[in-house]
Design a protein around this ligand. Sequence first.
Ligand SMILES: *[C@@H]1O[C@H](CO)[C@@H](O)[C@H](O)[C@H]1NC(C)=O
Ligand SMILES: *[C@@H]1O[C@H](CO)[C@@H](O)[C@H](O)[C@H]1NC(C)=O
Ligand SMILES: *[C@@H]1O[C@H](CO)[C@@H](O)[C@H](O)[C@H]1NC(C)=O
Length: 206
Amino acid sequence: MILLQLFLLSIGLVINASTPNSCSNCGDFVVPYPLSTNENCGDKRYKIYCNDEELEFLSATGTYYKILRIDPSANKLVIRPPLILKNTCYSSDLLMGGLLLDESLPFNISTHNTVLLFNCTSNILQSPLNCTSNSICRQFEKNVEEGSGCMNTLCCHYLKDSAMNSHKIRVRIGSCTSYTCLVGFTPDDPLETWNYGIELQWLSPN
Ligand SMILES: *[C@@H]1O[C@H](CO)[C@@H](O)[C@H](O)[C@H]1NC(C)=O
Ligand SMILES: *[C@@H]1O[C@H](CO)[C@@H](O)[C@H](O)[C@H]1NC(C)=O
Ligand SMILES: *[C@@H]1O[C@H](CO)[C@@H](O)[C@H](O)[C@H]1NC(C)=O
């Protein structure tokens, strides 16, 4: 009997050692290590927030973005793009300059995001964006209710690859005033299959 208890105890120790101190669920969300919803669990550098049973990511400008999914095996999470305010072509984070990540934290924007920019001024044409009448941003304006306020503005799309700053998606008055983003988009994907989100990646803790 004692031997059995010792045996079970040692198994428990092994299991404990191999699963670091991960946080308890947030609503239905599993919070994998190293993500941390409070100072007693996870790794503090990987802070996220559990508000009303929903997980949120905090940007460098103090804006919360809802976390849609987490893929712990790939060190990735997907946040919801900001809404475009009704009857305007303004992203809800426009006054904050768009999405800005704190460069001292171990998160960046992955290379699987296709960004759609709206209501741009013509100086944006100098950068390597697709602002043609075939750009997928036109489909969003025409077919998605949220994009209707951006109809007939200059819009563009681009793959946010490694040549781009991986800590921000910038919008501002006088440049582009709103954006949305698709994860894993490949040309010719029909609108019904678009996967809205902004995929972030985190550096492994060790
Ligand atoms: C712009 O994007 C559309 C849709 O993906 C594509 O068909 C077209 O070839 C692109 N044009 C340029 C100049 O990259
Ligand atoms: C587009 O942006 C300009 C400023 O750059 C702003 O004055 C205008 O109201 C915006 N248009 C819409 C439809 O929001
Ligand atoms: C983002 O971070 C990951 C993990 O640290 C790294 O492998 C990747 O190169 C970074 N991506 C960019 C575009 O900087």
